[in-house]
Write a protein that binds this ligand. Structure first.
Ligand code: ADP
Ligand code: MG
Length: 264
């Protein structure tokens, strides 16, 4: 399928109550152009991702996936969207159900989207084998051994759990991966490894990644495009090199100043 742009957001406003949380948001996510969404805590980054995921609905304005509005009441469209837009959250400890084995956790999207119910896989056994095969493939893509399939989340470190969460997010072969502070809960060394993994997956799987982060150095590594959110408004956007290398807005300069590593 040829999606370009994957996501198109036009004149979006959103509020949880009386106070406006996001105001006049306009941007798109194009195939192959990783996007970084940066801003201070409370600026509306997670809310924006939830809107793109369809967990929340805009108060006004629109979000389109592959040219169609997200609220389109059409089961095929919904399935296509959910197969193609997957998410990884910050905390790999709470995002993986501790009672489930890794094979079950990683292959879950295949079951819930009914992707395993194709022609030729009419028996339970055939569907199970196919899901296991896809789970192995996904685990290998994130650098984990298939030996882990029968284990439980508690047996893994934070970095490994985040790899498992990423495996689950790519098992349906999505076009877009949304990541909300995917490495904030991890130690510094592990952060770098996970960002390297995401960069590698972008190349090997043709994945586009939109990552929310307050760590500008990680965004600079991963994303070719960056938008800067201040109190629910986009104050700056464009090529990451420009936005972070030559910031036009005082708020972006303030974010950069809080991060001495980038200047060294
Ligand atoms: P960020 O991810 O950038 O830290 P959020 O999107 O979580 O920001 O929050 C943006 C604003 O919306 C904050 O002021 C926050 O308090 C508010 N907010 C977030 N979630 C809710 C909610 N479920 N109900 C009401 N207000 C919320
Ligand atoms: Mg957040």
């Amino acid at each position: 399928m040829n999606f370009n742009p994957l996501i198109e957001i036009s004149n979006l406003d959103f509020s949880y109550g009386v106070k406006t949380t996001l105001e006049n948001i306009n941007f798109e996510i194009a195939v192959g152009k990783n996007l970084g969404i940066v801003g201070e805590s409370g600026s509306g980054k997670s809310t924006l991702l939830k809107l793109i995921l369809g967990i929340l609905s805009p108060t006004s304005g629109s979000i389109r996936f592959n040219g169609s509005p997200l609220d389109l009441p059409n089961k095929d469209f919904e399935r296509q969207f959910r197969q193609n837009v997957q998410v990884v959250f910050q905390d790999p400890y709470s995002s993986l159900d501790p009672r489930q084995r890794i094979d079950h956790l990683v292959s879950e999207p295949l079951r819930s989207l009914g992707l395993d119910r194709a022609d030729g896989r009419d028996s339970k056994k055939a569907r199970f084998l196919w899901r296991e095969e896809r789970a192995v493939e996904a685990l290998e893509s994130v650098g984990l051994s298939p030996d882990h399939l029968e284990r439980y989340p508690r047996e893994f470190s934070g970095g490994q759990r985040q790899r498992i969460a990423i495996a689950r997010a790519i098992v349906s072969k999505p076009a877009l991966l949304l990541a909300d502070e995917p490495v904030s809960a991890l130690d510094v060394t592990t952060r770098v490894l996970i960002i390297e993994l995401l960069t590698e997956l972008q190349e090997t799987l043709g994945l586009t990644i939109a990552m929310v982060s307050h760590d500008l150095s990680l965004v600079a590594t991963l994303a070719s495009q960056t938008i800067v959110l201040e109190q629910g408004k986009i104050v700056e956007s464009g090529a990451t090199k420009e936005v972070l290398g030559n910031p036009a807005h005082p708020y972006t300069r303030k974010l950069l100043a809080a991060l001495p590593r980038l200047h060294s």
